[in-house]
Design a protein around this ligand. Structure first.
Ligand code: PMP
Length: 429
């Protein structure tokens, strides 16, 4: 078949270093929440290509904005000659970060380089060498962002000597075995164990955290965790950085996922959906952080006019189409449907998430919570055969991640849930 021919060439010419193939699919086109293969089979995509296609595929307004921008100014290396799209976007993004302090914006091309910006500039700005991050976190695959990560990919490289990893407050699998005072257990671990031993606060520059640990398994910390972490940082003069690459830009029902906790942060990293499908990443941070030195972290195409135009257009689409309102409405509906599935399928141990950043954790046994990793892969594969694109995440590879385009409607959710229902029934049988 034509799809199989493309896959054969994919196996022959494309590096395995950039591959995770869940099932034998290659795509030809996409519109809205639907992707098509080369036989014109249609698939509803509730991954949104790892949370990138938030405005859906093939948005007309984006298509014409990009065409117009290419004709007006196709490129400027903004590290030497700035163009007005980048400046406009910077003003807009700086205005979005909560807090009454001076803010600036940095640009890259993918989430990893934004977190590299954090890994490099936070220690320089703070004049302290160490960083703290969380086990299970995913901040990227470039060496700096990889050093910050606490995911299995990190374990394959020797990197991150100055980064200390601490447990993430996972309510379904509490790191210290007890659910009571989960927040305080982790805060105490940092303050009473880490600070008094290998990571003294006076040599700690920053703590970086995902407000929801997404690739780590869609883990939502207790509501009081970020506020308590903010207080801990304030007690010791440590920067708090939130990685919003995956769950930022409206996915949880607010622009930034950390905003649910009402705190202010010193820096956020953005990527994935920022450009509505066109690669661009950014860091929005306190001026003092992003101005700690000249030319410390720049790429030839940083802030290029196509990417920044895409981000500006993406922001206006989210506002005009009231997509954050849709996230709140459809997110609640989707979650409720998943809870209903849990009553039918013994294999579903937990359903969780905020807005349209949802996770379904599959277990062999609801009491022992033994991860049902193989069955999770089988459910995703079966869903693909039935016309639904969905992937799994988590350190045990047993969490189905639901991050659909923010434009998804009730009818599409009903189809997606019906397919998941069928796929689970087929795998359990
Ligand atoms: N941060 C988070 C929270 C992510 O989920 C990811 C990608 N999954 C990254 C950073 C890295 O982004 P990219 O793959 O675009 O470099």
């Amino acid at each position: 078949s034509p799809t199989e021919k493309w896959l054969e060439k994919d196996r022959q010419y494309v590096s395995d270093a950039l591959k995770i193939r869940f099932y034998p699919l290659a795509v030809k086109s996409g519109k809205g929440v639907v992707l098509r293969d080369f036989e014109n089979n249609e698939y509803i995509d509730i991954s949104a290509g790892w949370a990138v296609a938030n405005i859906g595929y093939g948005h007309e307004k984006m298509a014409s904005a990009l065409q117009e921008q290419y004709k007006t100014l196709s490129f400027s290396s903004n590290i030497t000659i700035p163009d007005n799209q980048m400046i406009q976007l910077s003003e807009k993004l700086a205005g979005m970060l909560p807090g009454e302090f001076k803010k600036k914006v940095w640009y890259g091309l993918t989430g990893s380089d934004a977190n590299d910006c954090i890994a490099k500039l936070i220690p320089i700005s703070a004049k302290r060498p160490r960083m703290i991050s969380f086990m299970g976190s995913y901040h990227g695959q470039t060496m700096g962002s990889l050093s910050l990560s606490g995911h299995t990919a990190q374990a394959r490289f020797v990197s991150g000597a100055n980064v200390v990893k601490v447990p993430y407050p996972n309510p379904y699998r509490p790191p210290f075995g007890r659910m009571e005072n989960l927040t305080q257990q982790v805060i105490d671990y940092i303050e009473n164990e880490m600070f008094t031993t290998i990571c003294p606060p006076e040599s700690t520059a920053g703590i970086i955290i995902e407000a929801i640990q997404s690739d780590g398994g869609v883990i939502v910390p207790p509501d009081d965790f970020l506020p308590e972490l903010r207080k801990l940082c304030d007690r010791h003069g440590i920067y708090l950085i939130v990685d919003e690459v995956k769950v930022g830009m409206g996915r949880t029902g607010k622009w930034f996922a950390f905003e649910h906790s009402g705190i202010e942060v010193d820096a956020v990293s953005l990527g994935k959906p920022l450009g509505g499908g066109v690669p661009i990443s950014a860091v929005i941070a306190r001026k003092e952080i992003l101005d700690c030195g000249n030319a410390l972290h720049l790429f030839t195409s940083s802030g290029n006019p196509i990417s920044t135009k895409a981000a500006l257009t993406n922001l206006s689409i989210i506002e005009e189409e009231r997509l954050i309102g849709n996230v709140i409405e459809q997110g609640e509906y989707f979650k409720k449907q998943l809870f209903d599935l849990q009553t039918k399928h013994e294999i579903i141990g937990d359903v969780r998430g905020k807005g349209l950043a949802l996770g379904v954790e599959l277990v062999e046994d609801r009491v022992t919570k033994k991860p049902a990793s193989e069955k999770t892969a089988a459910v995703c594969y079966r869903a693909f055969e039935l016309g639904l694109l969905v992937f799994y995440v988590g350190v045990h590879s047993n969490v189905i991640e639901v991050t659909p385009p923010l434009i998804i409607n009730r009818k599409e959710i009903d189809i997606a849930v019906a397919i998941l229902d069928q796929a689970m029934a087929d795998v359990e049988r």
